[in-house]
Write a protein that binds this ligand. Structure first.
Ligand SMILES: [Zn+2]
Length: 224
C-alpha cells in the first residue's frame, strides 16, 4: 500500500506517494526544489526514483517548481488539460476571489505576476480530461478531476485517503478547513467533496493546512 508523506514548505504542502515507485503531488512556489529534495533525502528517497509529478492545479504555489523538479528527477508531469491551457494563457481568469480577504490577496498576486515571471513554463507529458490510474506506478490509487477551485483541479485517491489540493483550505496554523479563498464554482467543490465522502474517503490532505478526518471535513462543508 502506498504511503502518503507530507512535505511542508510552510505556506503550502507538497505530498510524496511512496509505493513501488514514487510520485510527487505538487511542487510549491518557484525555487522550492532544493527544499523538497532535502526533505526527500530525510525520507531516504532519491530524486531519480520520482517517476511522476502530479500538478493538482496551475497556481504558482503548486506548479512553481515543476520545471526544475521534472528536469532534476526526469519524472513525467501530469496535469489536467484545462490547467495547461490556463498555463498557456497566464492566470486562470475564471477564478474569482470568494471573500473580501481573498480579493486583497488575489489583487496583490496579480500585481506581482504582471511584474515578475512567477510561473516557469513547463512541459506536461500526460494531459488528462477525466481520471488516471496510478497502478502503472505501483500505486493502488487514481487521479480524478475535481473542478471548482480551478476548472482543471485534480484530487488523488489512495485507498480511503484523498489529496484534494485547494478544494478546502486551512490558512492559519490552528484554523479548521473551510472553503478556498479563490474558486469559480463553490457548489461544484461541495459536490466533489461529498462524492469523495460517499466513495469512503476518511482522511483529506490539504495543500494549505494539514490532513483532516472526514468528520472535520463534513463540518467544513457547512461553511459553503
Ligand atoms: Zn490554488
Amino acid at each position: 500500500m502506498a504511503r502518503i508523506h507530507t512535505i511542508s514548505l510552510g505556506m503550502v504542502n507538497v505530498y510524496l506517494l511512496e509505493g513501488e515507485s514514487n510520485v510527487l503531488v505538487d511542487t510549491g512556489v518557484q525555487g522550492s526544489e532544493q527544499r523538497i529534495l532535502a526533505k526527500l533525502k530525510t525520507l531516504g528517497i532519491k530524486p531519480e526514483s520520482i517517476d511522476l509529478i502530479i500538478v493538482t492545479h496551475n497556481h504558482p504555489d503548486h506548479s512553481g517548481s515543476v520545471e526544475a523538479l521534472s528536469r532534476i528527477t526526469a519524472a513525467k508531469v501530469l496535469a489536467h488539460k484545462l490547467e495547461y491551457q490556463a498555463e498557456a494563457n497566464g492566470l486562470n481568469d475564471e477564478v474569482k476571489p470568494v471573500t473580501a480577504m481573498a480579493k486583497i490577496i488575489f489583487g496583490l498576486a496579480e500585481k506581482m505576476s504582471s511584474n515578475n515571471k512567477t510561473i516557469d513554463q513547463y512541459q506536461v507529458d500526460i494531459l488528462i480530461e477525466d481520471s488516471y490510474d496510478l497502478s502503472p506506478y505501483g500505486i493502488a490509487g487514481k487521479v480524478i478531476t475535481t473542478p471548482g477551485h480551478t476548472q482543471g483541479s485534480l484530487s488523488v485517491i489512495i485507498n480511503d485517503q484523498a489529496i484534494i489540493g485547494d478544494s478546502l483550505m486551512a490558512l492559519l496554523p490552528f484554523s479548521r478547513p473551510s472553503k478556498p479563498l479563490l474558486a469559480f464554482d463553490l457548489d461544484q467543490i461541495k459536490k466533489n467533496i461529498s462524492m469523495l465522502i460517499d466513495l469512503g474517503v476518511n482522511r483529506f490532505y490539504l495543500s494549505h493546512g494539514k490532513d483532516y478526518d472526514v468528520s472535520v471535513v463534513k463540518k467544513a462543508l457547512e461553511s459553503f
